[in-house]
Design a protein around this ligand. Structure first.
Ligand code: DUT
Length: 212
């Protein structure tokens, strides 16, 4: 494998990202080091060889930056599906989440429509970012190599969904959006979305009753 001539740095101001192992021995060494450091190894396939693997700009960052592989101009209110040039294989029990970058959001109103986008462990296609320009007057142009989003890798539980007739009581009950007050809600618990549905807010009935 030859090194790419022109790699798009994932985080230009950050220290260089992880070196890409070139041989089997290097790959094994990197994997061993990763496990020893208590980190999860994520295999990255660079569909666009000029794109570096995702990198954390700071050691304590939760998200690794993703870049766009294309120039894109978004008019006010316009959205676009943008390629990152990367595909990954996550270990079973993990997912990766495509989050907006706060700086882009605060300065330009650019965010991720489906935030956070969910990348399933079994997905092998290119990671795409669904961007939208929420600014009401200014278009924005993003250039190939610009950092547009961040990828957060997390362990996820697989639930066993058990069908029951009643749920255990809780302090919140079925009080939904806004039921704890604020934004004009003056009626307290039970006023929010969800109140009044079967088994409503403040319900006192007891434990789980399995479906007969
Ligand atoms: O921001 C995102 C979100 C998803 N994906 C990829 C990875 C994910 O595994 C796949 C499907 O995403 P999701 O399950 O969210 O989409 P869906 O609309 O529910 O599609 P599907 O029916 O294929 O699950 O698309 C991305 O590349 N970027």
């Amino acid at each position: 494998m030859t090194a790419p001539d022109q790699t798009i740095p994932a985080a230009p101001q950050a220290p260089a990202g992880p070196a890409v192992p070139e041989t089997v021995a290097e790959t094994v060494a990197v994997a061993t080091e990763t496990v020893a450091a208590g980190r999860v190894e994520v295999l990255v396939r660079r569909l666009d060889r000029a794109v570096a693997p995702p990198a954390y700009a700071q050691p304590s960052d939760a998200g690794a930056d993703l870049v766009t592989t294309q120039d894109v101009t978004l008019a006010p209110g316009e959205r676009a599906v943008v390629g990152t040039g990367l595909a990954i294989a996550l270990p079973a029990g993990y997912a990766a989440f495509v989050h907006p970058r706060s700086g882009l959001a605060a300065r330009h109103g650019v965010t991720v429509v489906n935030a956070p986008g969910t990348v399933d462990a079994g997905y092998r296609g290119e990671i795409k970012v669904v961007l939208i320009n929420t600014d009401r007057s200014d278009p924005i142009t993003l250039r190939r190599g610009d950092r547009i989003a961040q990828l957060v890798v997390q362990r996820v539980e697989h639930a066993v969904f058990r069908d029951v007739d009643e749920l255990p009581a809780s302090v919140r009950g079925s009080g939904g959006f806004g039921s704890t007050g604020g934004f004009g809600s003056t009626e307290g618990p039970g006023a929010g979305v969800g109140a009044g549905t079967p088994g409503g807010a403040g319900r006192e009935s007891g434990g789980v009753r399995p479906r007969a």
